[in-house]
Ligand binder design. Sequence first.
Ligand code: GTQ
Length: 348
Amino acid sequence: MTTAEFPKDRQAFYDKLTPGSLAPLWERLKGLVPPEPRNKTRPFVWPYTEVRPLLLEAGDLLTAEEAERRVLVFENPAFEGTSRINSTLYAGMQLILPGETAPAHKHAAGALRFVLESNGGYTTVDGERSEMHRGDVVITPGGTFHDHGHDGEGPVIWVDALDVPMVNFFECGFSEELPDAQQEITKKNGHSTAEFGSGMLPLDPVSPFGANSPVFAYPYARSRNALFALKESVSPDPYLGYALRYANPLDGGWVMPMIAAWLTYLPEGFSTAPYRATDNQAMVVSEGHVSIEINGETFDLGPNDVIALPGWTWRTMRASEDAVMFFFSDRSAQEKLGLWKEERGNVG
Ligand code: GTQ
């Protein structure tokens, strides 16, 4: 018998299933287990020249205290109303003005910051203050109290990346506010780096924050120097350029359990070969200009511009001048679940 003989009977049957909360798998199977990922993330650019003035306008509208977190969310056009930059990650741009405090709270989700402008900004995590400078990466492990402040001049602006969508997918989101706006400082600045981040480790290290790096701050000057030093001795990877990742010194793993982050340097005139991987990424340009071709569409980016990058989509990048880029993605989570996969095209 052919399928065509039964369409009506089938629909009648399906109608009988619905009230009992049943569904026919054979109508759904192809969608549930696609032959390869069909990533919904739209490649999309947020130019800093457009976002920064709006963020400063928000600064006239309400204080950081009022807002709790004064952030413009990068909301991917494919996921309107869901506060996601891509399929699995939240990202936004946060503003602290001189003298302000973003009050102490904690949440199950982990946060990672990439600092764009800061002359006097800081964040306090678990009793330790980390000063923020342009290009620094500062992490807030899930479950740790954190507050932000600003003792200096001018706006402090950074990009936030949080694993909120994944935490909420698992329905494991808890949060709490501290009654005091600022938590008590119990450690000297630089403590986490002294204990875990100088190339030395305690003789019997116990991870204070589970699968998170015990180091709160990764200074830009050090990361950048490392990248540029590579160029002196080795040629760039054809697919990745020069790239170094933010590592957990205790196990060599990614900096956070669900967010991976790395810094890429593409020398002037360098083009990467076609590459795709399953992780859902986003990128912030730190220095220079780069064009990214995604599935035949080209996006041009300059300093502080942010782009959402769909997973499993062929991509090439070209730097018209020396470019440094900060990437973050869910690769850390995908690898732990045994899901992450990459594919490399032909070197042209
Ligand atoms: O700085 O703690 O962009 O809790 C979103 C949620 C930043 C933060 C965000 C947050 C924070």
